[in-house]
Design a protein around this ligand. Structure first.
Ligand SMILES: NC(=O)c1ccc[n+]([C@@H]2O[C@H](COP(=O)([O-])OP(=O)(O)OC[C@H]3O[C@@H](n4cnc5c(N)ncnc54)[C@H](OP(=O)(O)O)[C@@H]3O)[C@@H](O)[C@H]2O)c1
Length: 335
């Protein structure tokens, strides 16, 4: 009898232990990609206003490498050990107190708080109000390629750039993940889109809808753009003088929006051209608009690579070497 109780206790303890552990990638100190560890951690429980998501995928964003390297401790103060991964696509599997409008089984996507625990794990907690129903027209995991870069493109063009139909927009660095969405969104808004891209990206940028593509490896963008643009969007790691040269291409009263915020966006006050540094923010309503465009077939979600969660440290290392091109999603094990 006593022995049986012991077995029951043991069995229950094992069941609880199995149920409450999960795989995650974390770092316990800032540094190069070798600080990342693929390990077993406790599965989190949702608090008030939160849901727990069974992660279908997160994605790699270049800011992940900067946070891991310790370069963002001022603007994005994370607590160590830290799990990266600010994009999430997955399925709600537990709901905290006071959450309305989301239920277990709902497929969702979101841009998680940048200073919180990320989605490079089998489960992640998210504030319910930052989540949006996932698109139905793309595989759930692939939808992790949308939130951060899609919102960056949207906010650059429309919140800051105030782009409207018939305007001319220059997208410098259109060959990357943000650029793919920016070209599509600008074209869908009825703008004339001039994009810069190297030969490896030129086909993708053309198929995204660019009216003109300038090969930045052979041609100077300032020489190639002969008529002023209403908006210039810089997504490329250009030198400060090249960023300043983009201002000269903008018409008086127009705007330069810059996402590479380690160089402040220059302005030209004499010609009333304003430089704006963009810091993307989570916005569930805007994300819902991007999802709706995706499901109407107006916005393509491109995934360059799908890698298992255990290979996230190697992915960070490749990114640090400049060997990652396009959006990479990161997929945790299902069991
Ligand atoms: N501030 C924010 O809130 C925020 C948010 C999201 C992203 N970002 C930043 O925005 C930038 C773009 O993000 P992303 O995810 O699209 O990065 P990405 O995928 O690395 O794309 C950048 C692209 O720029 C192109 N490029 C490189 N050198 C260039 C040059 N000299 N001239 C023109 N194009 C050049 C490359 O494409 P090709 O060589 O194929 O042409 C590259 O794919 C990154 O720096 C990222 O950190 C900032």
């Amino acid at each position: 009898m006593v022995l049986n109780r012991c077995f029951e206790f043991e069995a229950t303890w094992i069941a609880v232990k199995v149920r409450t552990e999960m795989k995650a990638v974390r770092f316990n100190e800032y540094g190069n990609p070798s600080v990342l560890r693929y390990e077993d951690v406790e599965q989190p429980l949702p608090g008030a206003g939160q849901v727990r998501i069974r992660v279908a995928a997160t994605s790699f964003n270049s800011v992940d490498g900067n946070i891991r390297g310790g370069f963002m401790q001022g603007p994005i103060p994370v607590k160590l050990p830290h799990t990266p991964g600010i994009d999430v696509a997955g399925t709600v599997d537990a709901v905290g107190e006071g959450v309305d409008g989301l239920a277990v089984g709902n497929d969702v996507i979101g841009f998680l708080p940048m200073d919180g625990t990320g989605a490079a794990a089998q489960y992640v907690l998210a504030p319910a109000d930052i989540l949006t129903p996932a698109p139905k027209s793309v595989p759930l995991a692939d939808a992790a390629a949308l939130p951060v870069v899609g919102l960056t493109a949207y906010q650059a063009l429309f919140d800051h750039g105030k782009l409207t139909a018939g305007q001319r927009v220059l997208i410098n660095g259109a060959g990357g993940a943000v650029g793919g969405y920016a070209v599509q969104l600008a074209k869908n808004a009825g703008a004339h889109v001039i994009a810069t891209a190297s030969p490896r990206s030129s086909q993708a940028v053309t198929s995204a809808g660019a009216d003109e593509v300038i090969d930045h490896t052979t041609t100077s963008v300032t020489a190639a753009v002969t008529e002023p643009v209403d908006l210039a969007l810089n997504l490329a790691p250009v030198a400060p003088d090249e960023l300043a040269a983009l201002v000269t291409l903008v018409r008086p009263g127009g705007v330069l929006v810059n996402t590479t915020v380690w160089m402040p966006a220059p302005s030209d006050e004499a010609r009333d051209v304003r430089g704006i540094d963009l810091f993307v923010r989570s916005d569930a309503n805007q994300l819902a608009q991007l999802v709706a465009s995706t499901d109407r077939g107006e916005l393509r979600v491109d995934v360059a690579e799908r890698v298992p969660l255990a290979e996230l440290p190697a992915l960070h290392a490749r990114a640090a070497d400049g060997a990652v091109h396009g959006k990479v999603i990161v997929i945790p094990p299902t069991a």
